[in-house]
Design a protein around this ligand. Structure first.
Ligand SMILES: [Cu+2]
Length: 282
């Protein structure tokens, strides 16, 4: 097996990360959102730069250029700028590190949780469904610092399938795993607090689903990426303990443009992921 090379990512690749409004603020009327509403309690809002220049994340795949659909070990090593391991991480939504993997055209999305091995090292074995470029986004909170997201583009062996177009959808209704999910967005504008409401029904009966289960400690999670995968938002619900049919989120799209977002929910022990593509006007 080819020796894995090491790709190092410095803090310059920091992307935006924001968390949904939570806890006691959840009952605030949406007409008058609090100023910091989009930032939640993770301190990683778009307007405050986490100190990630102090943190270096190294993504190591074995082999460096993985094969399609084969088990591929991935190690994520987090150190400070002096190459000393970062040891302690806050747990956010039940995990010390959240890893998002997307294909370049955003048609593939995976949200996984590498195991913490100590010494700043996280391990997982994963697979990639086809050849071509993928982006890895690791989302974590070194204790005493803010939320940070560090990323790495990687390349998988084999021909990339034809890129899927990332086209804004005029009707935000999708059926996934027997659920009909409707997304309504208020105030969809760059730099504004936007309200995202997912409504979940049984696809066959059209009955509202009122017994959603917590997934990673909340009624749902939303990950948002700009079409070029450069802008990243991880949003948590306004009312984490909600159980459906509505799951409400608030976030701020940093710029105008096309974004893909994925809502993730759990029902009857199974997590389902529903994607939408929206265009944020200037
Ligand atoms: Cu996660």
């Amino acid at each position: 097996m080819k020796k894995a090379a090491i790709a190092t990512l410095l803090g310059t690749a920091l992307l935006l990360s924001a968390c949904g409004q939570q806890g006691k603020e959840a009952s605030a009327p949406k007409e008058a959102p609090k100023e910091e509403a989009g930032h939640g309690n993770h301190g990683g809002g778009a307007s405050e730069a986490p100190k990630s220049a102090e943190v270096v994340t190294t993504f190591k795949l074995t082999p460096e250029k993985p094969q399609t659909r084969s088990d591929t070990p991935l190690t994520i090593q987090i150190t400070d700028k002096n190459n000393k391991p970062v040891e302690n991480f806050d747990i956010t939504h039940e995990k010390k590190l959240h890893l998002i993997v997307v294909s370049k055209d955003l048609s593939f999305f995976n949200h996984i949780h590498p195991d913490y091995k100590g010494g700043g090292r996280f391990d997982i074995t994963t697979q990639f469904p086809g050849g071509g470029d993928y982006k890895l986004l690791a989302d974590f909170v070194p204790t005493g610092q803010g939320t940070m997201t560090q990323t790495q583009w990687i390349s998988v062996q084999g021909d990339a399938p034809a890129a899927a177009a990332i086209e804004p959808e005029s009707t935000l209704v999708k059926t996934v795993d027997g659920k009909e999910v409707t997304l309504a967005i208020d105030h969809l504008m760059a730099g504004m607090d936007a309200n995202l409401t997912f409504t979940i029904r049984d696809a066959a009966s059209k009955q509202p689903v009122t017994n959603l289960q917590p997934y990673l400690g909340a009624v749902g999670h939303v990950v948002i990426l700009s079409a070029d995968a450069e802008q990243y938002l991880h949003v948590h619900p306004m009312e984490e303990k909600a159980s459906g049919p509505d799951a409400k989120f608030m976030t701020k799209f940093p710029k105008s443009g096309v974004y893909k977002l994925w809502g993730q929910f759990q029902h009857e022990g199974k997590v389902f992921t529903v994607p939408f593509v929206v265009k944020v006007p200037a």
